[in-house]
Ligand binder design. Structure first.
Ligand code: PMP
Length: 432
């Protein structure tokens, strides 16, 4: 049984000075019940909270910690950079080095601009697409999340759907009208939208593997189909690889599926745990960005030397160790297979979607291939499962509409612990 007294006190106190007691809504336990745990430290596969509990972490800061927590190589890079100044606000050699490395790793990227978050990356990418095409509308997919930019808080996934606000108040009608939505994996719906808005669609943006409605994989031909619609109609294809970039392969989902977008957005792993995002793509498009071109986008702390050092250490390691991806695929594959085997024997209804080190379990008897089917999952059951796992020392994302991120710190022993805990937790959740 985990202890919770200190975290509970801190959560009460936090609510007086922080909206909802958390600095990002996905950290709240609103959808699953109970209070969030307040963390103190983390190392490898484990996080330690204020009450002295030790958790096997399967969120890994929502993706960045692909090598586990407190990676020595990333920490050393940060420590080495600190004495030289925390920020210059002027160019540095390191920014060129990381840009060159990203260009060499990500198929679609010929030029790249560093920003401070995934949200900034996606907001900037659609601005470039609009500036370049001279068109206003964008198409996004129901249940995909692209950060909290106004244009994306329409049928948004992640915390927005978890809290029941996929269309956020505060977004103007004008902005909302420029965002068209289609069901994920539905090329016909996209084609219909494009025809009904002929010559007005600047960009199609999507998570090539969706991770913000739980994990949903692209159907055969879906990404290729979008590529051809965009080519035919002069639309900019944007892959939001904030989650999938450097996680599914060195070159992200675009490498894995062999489809090259015009622009890509990156975040999470690219900063090794520091606040970093990036957007990049074809030279022709990126040369529209100021000061090379007229589309304005800037940042006081963009390309921050400490963040660049952390990112550079992380990306260099991944670039030089492609076996990481085989290892992660193997580990996550074993986690899923272990659960699947036991659940199938017991006759429970569930669907597990996985690509490489990202996976989700949905408590539904249907295949999950879009937002509608994701919503058939029994979220009350998920909440009970989540809490039963937490009691067994396993920290999952506190929502059905998220994915798990496996790190290289998950050993065979931990796979066993996870599978065992999952089986017990599902049994407990079903009996409750
Ligand atoms: N795009 C995707 C696909 C994401 O998953 C996220 C965050 N989870 C974002 C954009 C926004 O990134 P950030 O939270 O760094 O603003």
């Amino acid at each position: 049984m985990i202890q919770a007294a200190t975290s509970n006190d801190l959560f009460l106190r936090a609510q007086n000075s922080i909206p909802g007691g958390v600095n990002s809504p996905v950290r709240a336990f609103k959808a699953v019940g109970g209070n969030p745990r307040f963390m103190v430290s983390a190392k490898g596969a484990y996080m330690f909270d204020e009450d002295g509990n030790k958790f096997i972490d399967l969120i890994n800061s929502w993706g960045p910690m692909i090598l586990g927590h407190a990676s020595e190589l990333v920490q050393k890079a940060v420590q080495d950079a600190i004495p030289n100044s925390l920020s210059f606000g002027a160019p540095t050699r390191k920014e060129i080095e990381i840009a060159e490395l990203i260009v060499s790793m990500v198929p679609s990227i010929e030029k790249v601009r560093m920003v401070n978050s995934g949200t900034e990356a996606t907001m900037s990418a659609i601005r470039v697409a609009r500036g370049y095409t001279g068109r206003d509308k964008i198409i996004k997919f129901e249940g995909c999340y692209h950060g909290h930019g106004d244009s994306f808080l329409i049928s948004a996934g992640s915390g927005a759907i978890t809290l029941g606000v996929p269309d956020s108040p505060g977004v103007t009608k004008g902005t909302a009208n420029d965002t068209l939505t289609a069901p994920f994996n539905n090329l016909e719906a996209v084609q219909t939208l494009v025809e009904a808005n002929k010559g007005q669609v600047a960009a199609i943006i999507l998570e090539p593997v969706a991770g913000n409605m739980g994990l949903v994989t692209p159907a055969d031909g879906f990404l290729q189909g979008l590529r051809s619609i965009c080519d035919k109609e002069g639309i900019v294809l944007i892959f939001d690889e904030v989650m999938t970039g450097f996680r599914l392969a060195r070159g992200g989902a675009q490498e894995l599926y062999g489809v090259t977008p015009d622009l890509s957005t990156l975040g999470k792993i690219i900063g090794g745990g520091m606040p970093v995002g990036a957007y990049g793509g074809k030279k022709e498009l990126m040369d529209y960005v100021a000061p090379a071109g007229p589309v304005y986008q800037a940042g006081t702390l963009s390309g921050n030397p400490i963040a660049m050092s952390a990112g550079m250490a992380m990306l260099t390691y991944l670039n030089e160790h492609p076996e990481v991806y085989t290892q992660l695929d193997h580990t996550a594959g074993k986690m899923v297979a272990g659960m699947q085997q036991n659940l199938e024997q017991s006759g429970h209804k569930f669907t597990i979607n996985r690509v490489g080190s990202m996976f989700s379990i949905f408590f539904t008897d249907q295949p999950v291939n879009d937002f509608e089917s994701a919503k058939t999952s029994d979220t009350a059951m998920f909440g009970r499962y989540f809490n039963a796992m937490l009691q067994r020392g396993i920290y999952l994302a506190p929502s059905q509409y998220e994915t798990l991120f496996v790190s290289t710190s998950i050993t065979e022993d931990l796979v066993e612990q996870y599978v065992q805990a999952s089986i017990e937790s599902i049994k407990e959740a079903l009996e409750a």
